[in-house]
Design a protein around this ligand. Structure first.
Ligand code: ASP
Length: 331
């Protein structure tokens, strides 16, 4: 079974883990010439929508921006994509028809910011960053988050988009007729999570989503939760998650990946062990897709998913590709 958004890019998909030539911070520290500037830099992002996101983020790095600027810009790119049904403006609503957005961001100094259940704001990732940089708090949700965003003049949007509303109305009618539980499967969640290491070796990450389609109003998944959907520790590296948030929260997913890397595991091995732990904690894995990607301070990257069909986008100075991850089981 393949993802709705899965795009096959020829022979690209086979690499399970990509290891770059060893990144040397000292060597790159004083580089200024643009073409060389990003020699040690790298971006990885979940799913095929990660590719345009990486490209947008990369421009920031080329302009001398930090990994934080890069992941924010990448996330903003996906948040603006009207064709994306699980992030930003094109996102699917909750069961009452409200599109509520979750996002978080974290940098190499362990600064972090987060928003949850934010409605009508174009770029939750930038609100999360603003909270991180301008308040003593980490997380704002719901009405308070909206109030904050409006006060600071963040761009507003009208959601759901007309075509998304139509789909929701159809779903609602079907639900009423079938009196069935809202259907949740791998087809209706695919957050974008991004990780970047810049030329100074600084790691940042971001995560943004409209969450589980047709969720209960007020539901938060893993994506706005530091340690679940995203975690960065500059001593080790960073990780992001995608998939069923409830299961990722249960094992503090992204934090677990980072801690396994701290113990010496490669990014791919750390993601694999985290997926295996998640599987051990769930009796029924039917349709329960989750995946992690990670980067360490050497610039090594990797990922692992429960089921086949997950991929992530990699961008370096000379690479721009999608990579299928290894997985535990087949659909
Ligand atoms: N992890 C997100 C959530 O549960 C969904 C996703 O990955 O698309 O809200």
């Amino acid at each position: 079974m393949e993802r709705r958004s899965f795009v096959k890019l020829g022979a690209v998909g086979l690499a399970a883990s990509v290891v770059s030539p060893v990144f040397s911070r000292e060597e790159n520290f004083l580089e200024t010439e643009t073409s060389e500037y990003n020699r040690g830099a790298k971006m990885i992002s979940t799913w095929s929508h990660g590719q345009p996101a990486n490209q947008a983020g990369w421009k920031k790095l080329e302009a001398g921006g930090s990994s934080l600027d890069a992941v924010e810009e990448g996330a903003r790119q996906t948040e603006s994509d009207v064709t994306n049904r699980s992030v930003g403006i094109g996102g699917m609503p909750d069961r009452e028809g409200h599109v509520t957005l979750d996002a978080c961001i974290m940098d190499w100094e362990s600064n972090c910011g987060s928003v949850g259940c934010l409605e009508g704001i174009a770029h939750p990732i930038s609100v999360a960053k603003h909270i991180m940089q301008n308040t003593p708090h980490v997380m704002l949700v719901g009405a308070g988050a909206k109030q904050y965003a409006l006060k600071h003049k963040f761009e507003t949007i009208k959601t759901p988009l007309p075509e998304v509303k139509k789909e929701w109305e159809k779903w609602k009618k079907e639900q009423a007729e079938m009196v069935k539980k809202p259907e949740i499967n791998h087809e209706n969640h695919d957050t974008i999570g991004l990780l970047a290491i810049d030329n100074l070796g600084r790691i940042s990450g971001a995560c943004t989503t409209s969450g589980w389609a047709y969720k209960l109003p007020g539901r938060l998944g893993d994506s706005p939760i530091i340690g679940s959907g995203l975690f960065v520790d500059q001593e080790v590296g960073g990780a992001v998650a995608t998939g069923l948030g409830e299961s990722i929260i249960r094992i503090a997913g992204a934090h677990t990946v980072v801690e396994l890397m701290r113990q010496g595991k490669s990014p791919e091995q750390a993601c694999k062990e985290t997926v295996q732990r998640l599987i051990r904690k769930h009796k029924d894995m039917t349709g329960l897709q989750c995946a992690f990607i990670a980067i360490n301070t050497k610039g090594e990257v990797g990922g692992f998913s429960v089921y086949n069909g997950f991929n992530y986008a990699l961008k370096t100075n000379d690479r721009d590709e999608l990579i299928d991850t290894p997985f535990d089981r087949k659909w």
